[in-house]
Ligand binder design. Structure first.
Ligand code: UGB
Length: 599
């Protein structure tokens, strides 16, 4: 009461709402007016932000939290009454006719798509100091994830325009969801690199706000341990992307502009764009409202499983079940072995990689009902089995892949499975945790993320008829990985398999295992090339370069390093190897016209 005079009328209303919601402890030991007044007002400013950035406001947050905390205390199973079964989806095999058909259809659709990268996470599991999108995707060229994503989007939209013979939307929108942890660094990375060639107006940065922490089962908001005039906050999860797209007005803008698709993806997956065109082709062909791109998943691998859930009351949905919930759900529903591999060597439940394609019309219809609110969950760590106190404060969280949970049964929710090597190699785990991953399961580390790119590119060239040596097995940072020839190309050389096939000619192309091939130029045609060493080819866009003959040199070796060696950069240490550039042939063609390298 004593302090009401220092607050604005709006702030007084917010304080009353908090008192009504059982949050009196936030004001309990406030000193008299005149002491810490600015801090008191700052608390109400924070409350206003927490209130406005949550669909339904803080009162609704507290109400939901009480319900979810009570369910958690009672040990209520979120899947009560649901029986899991293996859903059926579209299975793609890279390079076959079906894949190529979907890829062609998908490329046509790119000009009708908007791309959304969720990059608000700090990557605590990776323990990297910077933002994850600034990490080199591979260390042969040092290209960072964000540069690769932007160049891929630009090249895909160019390809889409070529197919439409000029009648097209050239500026495909690109949105990055950031948070307080990543916003400034993401903007700086873009600005200091001229947006990697994209128009700055084409890129929009959104920022998700954190949510209030909860101190106990009554959902009392936790006071910040460092400042008694602040509420402690933590990230709410990637599910915020839906409410942000809705409240920012972007979705409406895109719909009004005639766009048809929103393509969501995560921060550190260097392989993703190899499967996006085909997945978009599946969405368009099957008219999926929701299409989730998946990969075969090893049992117990730390990615969710796409599952068909059928309720005893007749409800049914195809949805991601997080990895920590899939095994108990299976055990509780007549599968005593839980989450295990089947005869294919993989779990029968395809792995969620949070790569979603939503059709804008139905998406917008749904969000106009929900405001973008996604079904939340709470994961308190209790002090003991009485479940009366938490070890540390908790908060509500939400995941973007839970979007279909509120959809009506008529919604067309499907998924697409790709080859395990093609589309997914995220960088999430630090070296120590990755080394503990059970043998045969993916490490999801910087080591596996980079080596998977060489494997995928080598496999694609093999499919295009190049003879590529088998890989060798090596151990870096305690992780055994296959080391293939180091093949890297810029998206402007190829964004689809058809591009690769057009640019690889002749029956006598070969790469030895120790080789590195870097293609930076647009119109570079590989024809009867025998490479045993390192070859780097660059050219201006209007040059046409034929590359053949025998190239032999010492090449670039991939060498083990000690991750504790502080003289090396963090980016190198988290991989456990570095590239030793001993000898190479580098050719750069700066003049337009026809050229040929006949080594
Ligand atoms: N992210 C945000 O933008 N904001 C946030 O508040 C949090 C994250 P994680 P997670 O593909 O391997 C997901 O932390 O959530 C961004 C799926 O739930 O890397 O543990 C963040 O920047 C799981 O089913 O992953 O697990 C990053 O780009 C499985 O598919 C993205 O969200 C797993 O991803 C993912 O954040 C996976």
């Amino acid at each position: 009461q004593k302090n009401l005079s220092i607050l604005s009328p709006d702030q007084v209303e917010l304080a009353k709402m908090l008192l009504a919601m059982g949050q009196g402890h936030l004001f309990e030991d406030w000193p008299d007016t005149g002491v810490d007044d600015d801090e008191k007002k700052a608390l109400l400013v924070q409350v206003a932000l927490l209130n406005s950035s949550y669909p339904g406001g803080l009162a609704s947050y507290i109400k939901t939290a009480r319900q979810l905390l009570a369910d958690s205390k009672a040990g209520k199973n979120p899947f009560d009454g649901f029986t899991p079964s293996v859903p059926s989806g579209e299975v793609l095999t890279f390079g076959d006719d079906n894949f190529i058909k979907y890829e062609e259809t998908g490329v046509k659709q790119i000009q009708n798509a908007a791309f959304v990268l969720v990059a608000g996470g700090l990557g605590e599991r990776l323990g990297y100091n910077g933002i994850k999108v600034a990490l080199p995707m591979e260390t042969i060229t040092g290209t960072c994830f964000l540069q690769h994503y932007i160049e891929s989007i630009l090249c895909l939209s160019e390809a889409s325009c070529r197919q439409a013979q000029g009648k097209c939307r050239r500026e495909v929108p690109f949105v990055i969801m950031t948070s307080d942890d990543t916003y400034a660094k993401t903007l700086q990375l873009l600005e200091s690199n001229s947006y990697f060639g994209m128009k700055s107006t084409q890129v929009k940065l959104l920022k998700q706000e954190k949510v209030a922490c909860l101190a106990d089962n009554d959902a009392r908001l936790a006071v910040d341990p460092n400042n008694k005039y602040r509420i402690q906050t933590k990230p709410h999860g990637h599910g915020d992307v839906h409410s942000l797209l809705y409240s920012s007005g972007l979705l409406k803008e895109w719909k009004d502009a005639g766009l048809r698709w929103v393509v969501f993806f995560q921060d550190t997956n260097g392989l993703l764009f190899k499967a996006i065109p085909a997945a978009l082709g599946v969405s368009a062909t099957k008219e999926y409202h929701v299409n989730s791109l998946t990969v075969p998943r090893k049992a117990k691998e730390a990615i969710g499983g796409i599952t068909r859930l059928t309720h005893s009351d007749g409800r049914e949905m195809v949805i991601n079940v997080e990895y920590n919930q899939l095994d108990p759900l299976l055990r509780a529903t007549g599968h005593p072995d839980g989450d295990v591999n089947c005869e294919t060597g993989y779990s029968p439940y395809p792995g969620n990689i949070n790569q979603l394609i939503l059709e804008i019309g139905p998406y917008m219809d749904e969000l106009s009902k929900t405001g973008g609110a996604i079904k939340e969950f709470v994961n308190p760590k209790y002090k003991d089995s009485t479940k009366t106190a938490f070890k540390s404060s908790t908060r509500l969280e939400c995941m973007m892949q839970d979007y279909p949970k509120t959809l009506p049964p008529s919604a067309k929710v499907g998924f697409t499975v790709t080859d395990p090597w093609l589309a997914y190699a995220p960088v999430k785990n630090n070296p120590d945790d990755a080394a503990k991953v059970p043998k045969g399961n993916p490490y999801h580390s910087a080591t596996s993320g980079e080596t998977a790119i060489y494997r995928s590119n080598s496999m694609i060239l093999r499919k295009a008829g190049v003879n590529i040596d088998d890989p060798v097995s090596e151990v870096f940072n305690g992780q055994e990985v296959e080391v293939w020839s180091r093949v890297v190309w810029k998206p402007k050389w190829a964004v689809t398999f058809s591009d690769v096939k057009t640019k690889v000619n002749g029956n006598n192309n070969s790469l030895s295992q120790k080789s590195t091939l870097v293609i930076k130029g647009r119109n570079v045609f590989i024809e009867d090339l025998s490479l045993d060493g390192t070859l780097v080819i660059d050219s201006v866009d209007d040059a046409e370069v034929k590359v053949g003959g025998v190239v032999q040199n010492k090449g670039w070796a991939i060498e083990n390093i000690d991750k504790e060696n502080s003289a090396l950069s963090e980016e190198v240490r988290i991989r456990g190897f570095k590239i030793n550039k001993m000898e190479h042939l580098e050719k750069s063609y700066s003049e337009p016209g026809k050229h040929s390298l006949n080594a």
